[in-house]
Ligand binder design. Sequence first.
Ligand code: AMP
Length: 280
Amino acid sequence: MMQISNTITDLQAKLNEWKSQGQSIAFVPTMGGLHDGHLALVALAKQKADKVIVSVFVNPTQFGENEDFDQYPNTLEQDITLLEQHQVDGLFTPNTDQIYPQDLENDIVAGELGGILCGVSRPEHFDGVAQVVHRLFEIVSPDVAVFGQKDYQQLLLIMQMTTQYFPEIKVLSQPTIREEDGLAMSTRNQYLSENERAIAPYLYQALLQAKQDYLNNTTVEMLTNTAKNTLSVDFKVDYFEALDANTLKQITDNTSKIAILCAVFLGSTRLIDNIIFNKG
Ligand code: AMP
């Protein structure tokens, strides 16, 4: 049976029972609206620890004022069924007061990595992400936590935050799970109209093309310009960049892994995706 906890006290009672039996804990934070991408994180978590805890919490502090906090899909009943089917041991569904009590010190910030790429058009976003993951780690205190490469900038930032504040927690990453036509799975794909849904896979095609161009020695400037031009037929391009995958800075002679990352608007829906590969 999956234990469902709405409160920290209830969750920690169960966690303490498991920990006192010497069981290791893997943690998968989510905002719900679960899909196969989330379930791949769960599958990886199951391989890495004795017990798996998933959280579903739509974190208000990572949404900007004009963003989709109020519309964010809530499919909790279905999420519970999926998590039970995947033999998750515990689900944590806290309310906002549990996560952000009035006396909580709020001094966690994302730092330099939070100011680039998605951080340019979403200036508060990564501070909110760093804050909520810090708080959830404080509550759950897992051995392992699993995040998706779909949100690559977020992954790097969480790795940094974890090294700084929770060196005992191991952060693992799961490659992006895609629909058959290449579109990265995302809760926000639910917002797309039928027409938009047909166009959305062009984003991944542009990433694949850019990777190919890079491997064929096209300059970063050329390949990003080509991609932006192609994408701007169907999307409003927010950014399209090829960077060092370890630092998210410019590619240098010391770069071993490349990250090509992009964000676009399709109607009012913001889509992000990336592709990570060895420099070769
Ligand atoms: P979210 O519920 O969107 O906050 O995502 C929760 C976790 O699932 C994050 O670590 C995401 O990076 C990860 N995730 C979301 N979509 C995918 C996907 N298509 N493939 C792999 N991981 C994903």
